[in-house]
Design a protein around this ligand. Structure first.
Ligand SMILES: [Zn+2]
Ligand SMILES: [Zn+2]
Length: 258
């Protein structure tokens, strides 16, 4: 014989079953693609168009303010071009760098490169894509800074290539491999611009020349410090391409004025 308690329990279990189904539905509706913040890993609602959560948004250092028209580095006065760009002649037209290489940005880029977290490329590419915005109208094709075969084996992927590929999907532009790194460079961290320049000499070779002939190329790197690497690549590309633009996730602020 069924007691009143049994009936109540049945009702309760039906209701909790409905509740759990409803919460699964709600979760799928709000987070349909399992989109996660690239900085902290928390779920983000599909109504939120950025690849990071509102908490991390407050922590990220964006590359805002008065910046150099060529290298995109912050300038703390009214000048249009920074001192380094006044001194050096570059073969690229302009750099686009949405973030500053500090705090959670630095931590997450390091995890992307060193811990093989290649899934982060999609979110980083989204940040770059939003930052370049209208300027994509000047670009025909996308390429990237290469790494040597040896480094590729160690790391299992080229972080700049993965970024370029994701960016190419967002911008609906072809991604072409047109540079090869033929010589390994010694660690550039402690070198200034001119030392880096020497270190990079004859490191790159242009391949698939036909693909870039007369084209406006966007060269993708992960971090920009002294501009030496992207300058060396641009110097190679300029023999074939029309204009070269450069982009990277973040700008490493350096005091080196060389
Ligand atoms: Zn977050
Ligand atoms: Zn500059």
């Amino acid at each position: 014989m069924k007691t009143k308690n049994d009936k109540n329990n049945k009702k309760k279990s039906k209701f909790s079953c409905f509740l759990s189904k409803f919460s699964i539905f709600l979760e799928k509706y709000l987070f349909p693609e399992d989109i996660k913040c690239i900085f902290c890993g928390k779920d983000i609602s599909s109504f939120y168009s950025k690849p990071y959560c509102s908490y991390c948004e407050k922590e990220i250092k964006f590359n805002y303010g008065n910046k150099c028209k060529i290298c995109d580095e912050r300038i703390y006065n009214e000048a249009k071009i920074c001192e380094r760009c006044m001194k050096n002649k570059y073969d690229f037209k302009k750099i686009f760098c949405p973030l500053i290489y500090e705090g959670i940005t630095r931590k997450t880029i390091l995890a992307y490169k060193q811990d093989n977290k290649r899934y982060l490329a999609k979110g980083f590419a989204q940040i770059i894509y939003d930052y370049i915005g209208e300027n994509f109208k000047y670009i025909d094709i996308i390429t990237y800074v290469p790494i040597t075969e040896k480094r590729l084996k160690e790391r299992s992927f080229n972080q700049s290539q993965k970024l370029a590929e994701e960016l190419s999907k967002l911008a609906n532009l072809p991604c072409v491999n047109c540079l090869e790194k033929i010589k390994e460079t010694s660690d550039q961290k402690k070198l200034n611009f001119s030392e880096r320049k020497k270190n990079l000499k004859n490191c790159f070779k242009v391949i698939n020349k036909k693909d870039i002939k007369g084209k406006n190329v966007l060269l993708v790197d992960d971090i920009i410090s002294t501009c030496a690497t992207v300058q060396e690549c641009s110097n190679m590309l300029k023999n074939y391409a029309n204009n070269i633009y450069v982009t990277a996730i973040a700008r490493n602020i350096i005091n080196d004025k060389n």
